[in-house]
Design a protein around this ligand. Structure first.
Ligand SMILES: [Zn+2]
Length: 206
């Protein structure tokens, strides 16, 4: 794994060597924490960051196959995980990629996040399979994915992990698939929250 850690993840400007931030001083004021739990149906969903300019740029770069170092973005996501788990052990399940997209990019951000978040009390598990192969569409209006649970038993409850929550529909579809197979899903945590009410609140505060 390699990181482009010396450039701002938002605008790409060169950062001072040894900095722990992944955004420059110009982008940092536009980087906003989200961090509220907002359920969709029966699934609690929270994200670390609001989906504003520099973070949109970060995720766009990742989705174009250029990985920006996620580590400086992860501490608030770890806090969300701790809020869910308290002291209990869980399984981390990434929302799986649409297969043709994964082939194009070779990189799946939710998997990358799980890789960074996992530890003794939060182990990675592959419990979801994605069956749809919808063509890539530009209008962002997509049918929910077709997801199937891989198995009917898990030793621990599940926390779903995704990169961006937009409506929550993908996550609730994932939770439904797992719960329908008899598995327990506690919550979903995401890196970025693009839900309109979250962005509106962040903009009102700013
Ligand atoms: Zn910048």
């Amino acid at each position: 794994m390699w990181w482009f850690g010396t450039n701002c993840a938002g605008c790409g400007v060169r950062l001072a060597l040894g900095t722990t931030n992944c955004f420059c001083e110009g982008c940092l004021p536009a980087v906003e924490r989200a961090q509220q739990w907002r359920p969709v149906g029966t699934l609690p969903i929270a994200a670390a960051w609001a989906y504003t300019g520099p973070l949109q740029a970060w995720i766009a770069r990742c989705k174009n196959g250029m990985l920006s170092d996620p580590r400086a973005l992860l501490p608030p996501m770890r806090q969300l995980l701790e809020q869910v788990t308290q002291d209990d052990a869980v399984l981390l399940v990434a929302v799986p990629p649409e297969p043709t997209r994964l082939r194009q990019r070779g990189l799946h951000v939710p998997d990358l996040l799980v890789d960074q978040l996992r530890g003794p009390r939060a182990q990675r598990a592959w419990l979801l399979e994605r069956l749809d192969r919808a063509p890539v569409r530009r209008d962002r209006v997509r049918a929910p994915p077709v997801l199937r649970a891989l198995g009917t038993h898990a030793p621990r409850p599940i926390v779903l992990v995704d990169d961006v929550v937009t409506t929550g529909q993908t996550l609730t579809t994932a939770a439904d698939a797992l719960r329908g197979a008899g598995l327990s899903v506690l919550a979903a945590i995401c890196l970025m929250d693009a839900r309109p009410q979250v962005l509106a609140q962040v903009l009102a505060q700013g």
